[in-house]
Design a protein around this ligand. Structure first.
Ligand SMILES: *Cc1c(COP(=O)(O)O)cnc(C)c1O
Length: 397
């Protein structure tokens, strides 16, 4: 054996994970996408109806129906469809009372939209760490961080160093795994933070039997092309508060005062409406939600079983007390194996199984590098060890 041989060898964990993925998905004749939309229902029929009737744009019966369907699925009293998930988050933060100059507590481990929505208001993200079970915000660590850095001033959580009000806490259900909402609600109440759920990845997921999106004052869903169901592009705001529901509708529809012919707007609103064409696609998609979720769950179980015997890696399991949407399946390498993450990604992608690492953590990005933050050790550790593998429902056919 020469001195260079070990460098040419594929690490055992890479070989074993690749073999496990192959057992679940079969050989890849063409590239297996990370997450593909599936149109197996009445999508064509509903979209055609929009075109045939001329109701393609911002008004139409499919928008109303889509919102009613989302209410029924989530159990939330009000659902307001929006142009995308980012715009839903933006309005959620406005409804939570976030203003320019505020800080918003949020995980560094999330998709960029969460941080950008904070920035659109002129507020600053204040990044906190995640826990290893759900990858969502670590409630105990957040509480300890707030004891170190914040105090209540006239009932307003205030950053002792910057003097800025810390108005809200945004939590995110990573890959569709609900985070520990009970513990987070408690911390949010103790520190008078308005809770907002970024539920973009968790349509169909429940926490202690209830759909995600109820714990927050307001919550955001996404129907982007890579989500559990898609409207092409789209999102929604969920809330149980009727006044907030009305206000969400008003703000997302240019703040127009209802009138038969006059155009009167009583504040600066947004054109964040979901077009009827997109809602039509969404109505057809929601009809298949149960089937999509059931097959995603089956696929996840197959991954979990295939990975059970693999040394050096594990499947990111459903957190106790929850039902995940299993939006994306994730493999977590053991700490000792983190140096093999990139060779695992290379091997999986080369074999035709589209795979990706976690999002680059928010606090590493140039525009968010100087934001206030807590210790982020767990998120940084996970960034080095998590790999997502193909997760479309059809892969469990
Ligand atoms: C997808 C997603 C969003 C919203 O994305 P849009 O593309 O704007 O619909 C927001 N937050 C998270 C965590 C997401 O995964």
């Amino acid at each position: 054996m020469t001195a260079t041989t070990p460098l040419l060898e594929t690490p055992a964990v890479v070989r074993d994970v690749l073999a496990a993925v192959r057992r679940v998905l079969g050989p890849a004749s063409t590239t297996v996408a990370l997450h593909e939309p599936e149109f197996a229902g009445r999508e064509w029929e509903y979209v055609k109806e929009c075109i045939d009737t001329g109701w393609v744009s911002s008004v139409g019966s499919f928008v109303d129906r889509f919102e009613r369907d989302l209410q029924a699925i989530s159990g939330c009293a009000h659902a307001i469809a929006t142009a995308n998930g980012t715009s839903a988050l933006h309005v959620c933060l406005l409804l939570a009372g976030v203003r320019s100059g505020d800080e918003v507590v949020m995980p560094t481990l999330t998709f960029i939209a969460t941080a950008n929505a904070v920035s659109y208001i002129g507020a600053t993200p204040h990044f906190v760490d995640s826990e290893a079970v759900s990858l969502g915000v670590d409630a105990a660590k957040l509480d300890a961080h707030l004891r170190d850095t914040a105090h209540l001033v006239d009932g307003v959580c205030t950053n002792r160093r910057t003097g800025a009000p810390m108005r809200a806490l945004v939590v995110m259900h990573v890959f569709g795994h609900p985070c520990d909402l009970d513990a987070l609600v408690e911390v949010a109440q103790r520190w008078r933070l308005v809770l907002v759920e970024d539920a973009a990845e968790s349509l169909g997921a429940t926490y202690r039997g209830r759909h995600t999106g109820h714990a927050g004052l307001v919550s955001a869903l996404s129907f982007n092309g890579n989500k559990v169901v898609t409207t092409g592009g789209g999102g929604a705001i969920l809330t149980n508060d009727p006044a907030l529901g009305r206000r969400a509708k008003h703000l997302t529809t240019t703040a127009r005062v209802p009138h038969r012919w006059n155009f009167i707007h009583d504040e600066v609103g947004f054109n964040y409406r979901l077009p009827n064409l997109n809602a039509a696609l969404g109505c057809a998609q929601l009809e298949q939600l149960d089937s999509l979720l059931a097959r995603k769950r089956l696929l996840a179980r197959r991954y979990e079983e295939a990975l059970a015997g693999v040394e050096g890696a594990r499947f990111l399991a459903e957190p106790p007390g929850t039902a995940s949407s299993f939006w994306l399946n994730a493999i977590v390498l053991d700490p000792a194996q983190s140096a093999d993450r990139d060779s695992l990604l290379a091997a999986l992608n080369e074999a035709g199984y589209m795979s990706r690492p976690l999002w680059t953590l928010m606090h590493r990005l140039p525009m968010y590098r100087d934001c206030p933050r807590a210790d982020l050790t767990l998120a940084e550790d996970m960034e080095a060890r998590v790999v997502n593998v193909p997760s479309s429902a059809k892969l469990a056919a």
